[in-house]
Design a protein. Structure first.
Length: 446
């Protein structure tokens, strides 16, 4: 009981201190909140091994594994999240400059997600849309079968042959699989090109780097494990065939200017230069993930705008993979049609997690509307089982980031301005709400 009282007193002190903040000590108050936020994330991570995606802060802040309680400490963790949210709310935004207002708004959204995760670990069940709103600050649009059927009609006309469209697409794509023995050479060439194009507009630390590993038996296609000190470990899953377009997609998404660049910029611009310790930890189930995944997906278009990806692959990657360069344009014509089906997996996840589809129905939906062979659809369902509403971060996140860059850069032909806006997005505290509502500098963040 004495330990609980001491803990409660600490939380009360946080709230009272925040109430008394002025413009001079607002930063100091937020620093204290940020430190306790990091420690809370790390403690919650004891109860979900997927929760802490990266941490490179003080080692002594990480709780030892043996401190994990047998019963989930819901009351203590929930009250701490509430106290930190209250303390942040009590910092008057009008006393802060624009960067600190951004920081405050970001912390509030992240703390909402922490609280939601704590409740979910305690057994609370949310609908798919409630969960995504509270965890990721966004709700994906809903589409019925008729919407996807209209897309399939156009694709049906473009694909050779007749019969089942999923089978025909799979057969069509067989000619574009990267042979496993050539995968690393193709991937490295894609990385080199993405890095060169990114560094032309974004300055990174001289020692930044990452290592690529090829793995199997994972529910995801690739993963960036950020290690701190501008270094990442990127793992590529080889369970299923990897098509030629995925080389650039993965190089940009996981590397340049995607996750690796995003994490390196946050570390160096916010943690090292500003001392904002909340960015030394990355809770996977949080609004930060929508920005991370959305910017990583949009990063593909940043490094290879327009037809440039097709031309690069035709000239460099197709020959490296031993594929026929003259088939590249046809491959991309079909791919362009399939992108309109991007939200089909979201809908499957929504219906499956809300209980309106069972496992076999969800697999059948993705086979039909995501055009995935059954084996790949089952892999997608494994991802949904494990990561739940996280799936919205890829396509909805990309749409939000793309719209933000377009609104604030003056058009696709303004290359330098587009990169300037994109870099600002990657190196400042952002959530879906702030991208929808604010200018690049985030001056209007709540």
């Amino acid at each position: 009981m004495s330990q609980f009282r001491a803990y409660a007193t600490l939380l009360l002190t946080l709230v009272v201190s925040a109430c008394n903040l002025t413009s001079e000590n607002g930063r100091a108050g937020m620093d204290g909140i940020a430190e306790n936020y990091v420690k809370l994330i790390l403690e919650v991570g004891l109860y979900d091994p997927d929760y802490v995606d990266a941490y490179y802060g003080p080692p002594e802040w990480r709780p030892p594994a043996e401190s994990k309680a047998e019963a989930f400490p819901y009351t203590r963790l929930s009250e701490k999240a509430d106290a930190l949210s209250a303390a942040t709310q009590n910092i008057a935004p009008e006393t802060l400059d624009a960067p600190l207002r951004q920081r405050r708004a970001f912390l509030l959204k992240q703390l909402t997600a922490v609280k939601t995760k704590i409740e979910m670990l305690n057994g609370k069940v949310l609908t798919f849309d409630e969960e995504s709103r509270l965890l990721y600050d966004a709700v994906a649009p809903s589409h019925d079968a008729q919407y996807f059927e209209s897309v399939l009609q156009k694709l049906d006309a473009a694909l050779p042959g007749t019969g089942d469209i999923t089978v025909r697409l799979t057969d069509f794509k067989k000619d574009f699989i990267i042979p496993k023995e050539k995968l690393d050479a193709v991937f490295q060439a894609a990385i080199d090109a993405c890095r060169k194009r990114t560094l032309a507009f974004i300055e990174l630390p001289e020692d930044e780097d990452f290592k690529v590993e090829y793995v199997s038996d994972q529910p995801w296609g690739a993963y960036n494990w950020y290690q701190g000190n501008s270094f990442s470990l990127i793992q590529v899953n080889t369970d299923l065939p990897i098509y030629i377009d995925r080389a650039v997609d993965l190089a940009a998404h996981e590397g340049y200017p995607g996750h690796h660049v995003y994490n390196a910029l946050l570390e160096n611009k916010l943690v090292v230069e500003q001392g904002w310790v909340e960015f030394s930890v990355y809770p996977l189930f949080s609004p930060q993930s929508l920005i991370a995944e959305g910017s990583a997906n949009y990063g593909i278009e940043m490094v290879f705008p327009g037809q440039e990806q097709i031309e690069f692959e035709k000239e460099v990657l197709f020959p490296l993979a031993g594929l026929a360069p003259n088939t590249a344009r046809r491959f991309y014509e079909v791919k362009q049609l399939t992108t309109a089906l991007g939200y089909a997996r979201n809908q499957a996840a929504r219906n499956y997690l809300d209980g309106t589809m069972n496992e076999s129905e969800a697999i059948a939906w993705m086979t039909r509307y995501s055009l995935q062979p059954e084996e790949r659809a089952r892999k997608s369902l494994q991802f949904i089982d494990r990561y739940r509403s996280y799936v919205i971060n890829y396509n909805l996140g990309q749409d939000i980031v793309k719209d933000f860059v377009a609104r604030n850069s003056g058009g696709a032909d303004q290359i330098e301005k587009r990169w300037q806006v994109f870099k600002e997005l990657l190196s400042t505290p952002q959530t879906a709400s702030s991208l929808i509502a604010t200018s690049p500098a985030g001056e209007n963040a709540p």
